[in-house]
Design a protein around this ligand. Structure first.
Ligand code: AHR
Length: 492
């Protein structure tokens, strides 16, 4: 068994871990909103104003901090007026499945959802097929408090007071489906749109410019040259883990070989390089880190489940997804000085979802359990760590065997460790510098790599108590089983 060494210094705080790093993303896509989160008031499934109660409960358990809506690509064809009032238009979701959208879930329903969840709202505005006026009036409708026609209409539609809108994205993937723009052109359009995107109840709303696709560093460079921190407070970044790296044959969500597993881990671990390199470019223009990096879409993307609508992106979620989630969340923590928001794609029934439903049945996926385990990181302080561990060699690539991060809150140290090896345990020696360890409690998520939760077997992958460690002379010695995610809450 190999040994890894983790040292942390709880006196050296690196950065604050924004809870929004644990954010989510819900699009009008497949059964994420309709038939997922939102079933309508008349549904047999217990709901509050059409929103499933069991979904609210499950998302509250992971303390969902922020929700991004209505897309994604869908945002670039969304016209908010279709989704307010009594007589809503039926529009075509031309992006995802060419299916009708009755717009029964619109602005009022989204803010009600955020209210029920107790989370912040993040809207993605339409820059690709909308207008400056349309976006500006949406903000007036949502945040205005003087009696203009838009505000009176909101009141007539049942909402007296303005809503609090914390984040506004201006466009989505404008380098691709959102208009196939060049970064120079997008930057100019962004400057124009943002000038009229006025929030009347929360002047501190954060405006987010559409950032790069994966390793498109030129996009980040150009935006940083052309935008300043008065105009934008964040750039987004989208990165999906595709096991094969081939969009046309991404790989199966459940049946995958050992080689495909390791190539998934290799792709997931790339997030570290992407965050480092985009941050370095941003540092050159913005050394004070006023402009943040929001990874507002991330997660595994596999071939859709057989027999489901290919454009609805429904996929199962195994122990492999739990490890991918842990790798990303640890990386976001490590970069929390620049990364202050990340949004898993997507909340329910789409891509790497935390929840899957079948009629009234609901399951929490392995990914949900990782989000549950990592809750103590919300609003904690990242502490300085050094890790010495070995690599797994696969297809000429080096994959770190261990992914981890360490934080401090209220004198408690919280540590998470994922062992990405499928076959080898790792002995881990954990040592604080300048501090003591009195005791620790452990939790673990582990299962055979292909395990997943099913509607009639809901807890094949879940959190259990972990006692594979001992505390001795202010050090922890732990045995981290292969294919596991563990957490330790340490009392100093
Ligand atoms: O999450 C699915 C899609 O992935 C989103 O609509 C888009 O932004 C991205 O390409």
């Amino acid at each position: 068994m190999k040994t890894a060494y983790l040292k942390y210094d709880s006196q050296r705080i690196v950065s604050h871990i924004s809870p929004e790093i644990y954010g989510h993303f819900s699009e009008h896509l497949g059964r994420c909103i309709y038939g997922g989160i939102f079933v309508g008031k008349e549904s047999q499934i217990t709901n509050t104003d059409g929103i499933r109660n069991d979904v609210i409960q499950a998302l509250k358990e992971i303390k969902i901090p922020v929700l991004r809506w209505p897309g994604g690509c869908f945002a670039e064809e969304y016209h908010w007026r279709d989704g307010i009032g009594k007589n809503r238009r039926i529009t075509l979701n031309s992006h995802w499945g060419k299916v009708p959208d009755d717009n029964s879930f619109g602005t009022h329903e989204f803010f009600r959802l955020c209210e029920l969840l107790g989370c912040k709202a993040y809207l993605a505005g339409n820059l690709g097929s909308g207008t400056v006026q349309e976006l500006s009036e949406w903000l007036e409708y949502i945040t205005g408090d003087v009696d203009t026609s838009n505000v009176l209409e909101r009141r007539q539609n049942g909402r007296e007071k303005p809503w609090k809108l914390d984040y506004l994205g201006i466009g989505n993937e404008n380098w691709g489906e959102g208009g196939a723009m060049r970064p120079e052109y997008y930057s100019d359009l962004y400057r124009q749109y943002q000038a009229f995107a006025r929030n009347y109840s929360n002047p501190d709303m954060i405006k987010v410019a559409c950032g790069a696709n994966a390793d498109d560093y030129q996009w980040t460079e150009t935006l940083m040259q052309r935008l300043n921190s008065q105009q934008t407070r964040a750039l987004s970044l989208h990165y999906y883990t595709i096991p094969t790296g081939d969009w046309f044959h991404k790989g199966n969500a459940v049946n995958f070989s050992e080689s495909e597993y390791y190539s998934t881990m290799q792709k997931a671990c790339r997030i570290e390089e992407l965050l480092t390199r985009h941050s370095q470019i941003m540092d050159n223009y913005d050394p004070d880190r006023k402009i943040k990096l929001f990874v507002d879409e991330w997660g595994c993307w596999y071939d859709v489940e057989n027999g489901t609508n290919p454009e609805f992106l429904y996929q199962q979620n195994t122990m492999r997804d739990a490890l991918v989630a842990a790798v990303h969340l640890n990386a976001f923590n490590q970069h929390s000085e620049r990364v202050t928001m990340a949004n898993l794609a997507q909340t329910m029934n789409v891509l790497q979802a935390v929840l899957l439903s079948d009629g009234e049945k609901l399951i929490k996926t392995p990914t949900w359990y990782v989000f549950r385990m990592f809750v103590p990181y919300h609003n904690a302080e990242l502490v300085k760590t050094s890790l010495a561990s070995s690599y797994i060699y696969h297809d000429n690539a080096e994959i770190p065997q261990i992914s981890c991060s360490v934080s401090k809150k209220d004198d408690k140290i919280f540590i998470t460790i994922a062992n990405l090896s499928l076959s080898e345990s790792c002995r881990m020696l954990i040592e604080p510098e300048n501090n003591t360890i009195r005791s620790a409690d452990g939790q673990i998520i582990t299962a055979k790599i292909h395990s997943f939760n099913q509607f009639d077997q809901k807890e094949s992958v879940k959190i259990s108590e972990y006692d594979g460690f001992f505390v001795n002379h202010d050090k922890i010695s732990a045995e981290i089983p292969p294919c596991s995610v563990i957490s330790l809450s340490v009392n100093a």
